[in-house]
Every structure is written in structure tokens, then in C-alpha cells.
Design a protein. Structure first.
Length: 190
């Protein structure tokens, strides 16, 4: 008898905890605080602190809040049609309010980006990358990445932070820009 009572109390407490907005994963509830959404939903792919463990997903830690707001609104409006955009983000962002979007962006912007521990980069490739960021390729009329993405590619308002991002993720996005029209707001990157 005591065991069934204890199980009943435990189940009731668990259900009560899930019913409060602060512990909810309800994507269509505008009362769920943005921080709860970031920590309980976004973190599944992007990490609790925004340092996505998988290069399939971008790191959001230290990302420019205006950029994240712009991207979340593009996902919500189904204006980003790259595969990851519609496969993951269209449904997740569909019911987000502007306040939730602003709060999620602020939460991740306040996090500290962590360097990839396993990344081993050939020094020659690293030097070439630094040159692209700071100088571009004048012979091909390609401006320096820093022109838009800020000094040392740390971001600039609606231009994303590239510094510290997964290399594989950047390559994947550059291919999307180069070969498709799936990111219409990034036409300048084409």
C-alpha cells in the first residue's frame, strides 16, 4: 500500500512540474519564457550553452542577437528553405512569439563560445583562412569576410559570428549559398 501511494505522489509531482511554463516544452505556448525554451528545446541541437556538440548544427553561443532574431523569423515565416531549415526549424519556430525569439537570441548571445577541442587544423589552411577573413581575394573581387562579419569574424549586427563556428557547418552553408537559392536573404554571399 505504501509503495503505490509513493508512486502516486511521485507521478503527481512529476506531472505538476511538467505543467508549469518554466518546465514546458510546449512550442505553441506564448507564456513559456524564452530562457526555458532555449534551455529545454533549442539545447537539444545547439547545446545548453549554445556550443552545439555536433557540426550539423551551428553554435549559437556568442552569436549576434540581431542575426539570430532575423534567422528565427525567417524560419518561422518559412523563408529559409535549406534542408536543415525546413527539416528542423520550420516546425520548431512556427509558433514562437517575437518576445520569445528576442529572448532566445539574447540568451545565446550572452553565452561564451567554446573552441572545438578536437579540431586539428593544418597551419597552412589556417593561414589561408585568416587571409580570406582579413584581406579577401582582390584578384577575384572577393571582399574580406571581415567587411561584413566584423573584425576577426566575431559578427556584426545582422551578419553572423563565424569565429569559433564549426568548420563543417560553415562549409555546408557556403555550399548552400553558392549552389542554391535556399537562403534568399544571403544573396550577397552567392
Amino acid at each position: 500500500m505504501k509503495t503505490s501511494l509513493m508512486v502516486g505522489v511521485a507521478v503527481a509531482l512529476a506531472l505538476a512540474g511538467c505543467a508549469t511554463p518554466e518546465r514546458s516544452r510546449s512550442l505553441n505556448d506564448p507564456s513559456v519564457p524564452a530562457v526555458a525554451m532555449a534551455q529545454q528545446v533549442c539545447s537539444n541541437c545547439h547545446g545548453l550553452d549554445g556550443n552545439a556538440p555536433s557540426p550539423n548544427f551551428p553554435k549559437l553561443a556568442g552569436q549576434m542577437a540581431p542575426y539570430t532574431v532575423e534567422q528565427l523569423k525567417a524560419f518561422r515565416g518559412q523563408n529559409r528553405s535549406d534542408p536543415a531549415g525546413f527539416e528542423y526549424m520550420w516546425g520548431l519556430s512556427r509558433h514562437l512569439t517575437d518576445a520569445q525569439i528576442d529572448g532566445i537570441a539574447a540568451y545565446f548571445a550572452a553565452q561564451t563560445i567554446a573552441p572545438d577541442k578536437a579540431a586539428r587544423v593544418d597551419p597552412a589552411i589556417l593561414a589561408k583562412g585568416r587571409s580570406l577573413v582579413s584581406e579577401g581575394v582582390p584578384a577575384r573581387n572577393l571582399p574580406a569576410c571581415a567587411t561584413c562579419h566584423g573584425e576577426r569574424a566575431r559578427g556584426n549586427a545582422t551578419f553572423p559570428r563565424l569565429a569559433g563556428q564549426h568548420a563543417d557547418y560553415i562549409v555546408k552553408q557556403l555550399i548552400v549559398f553558392q549552389r542554391t537559392d535556399e537562403r534568399p536573404e544571403g544573396a550577397v554571399m552567392k
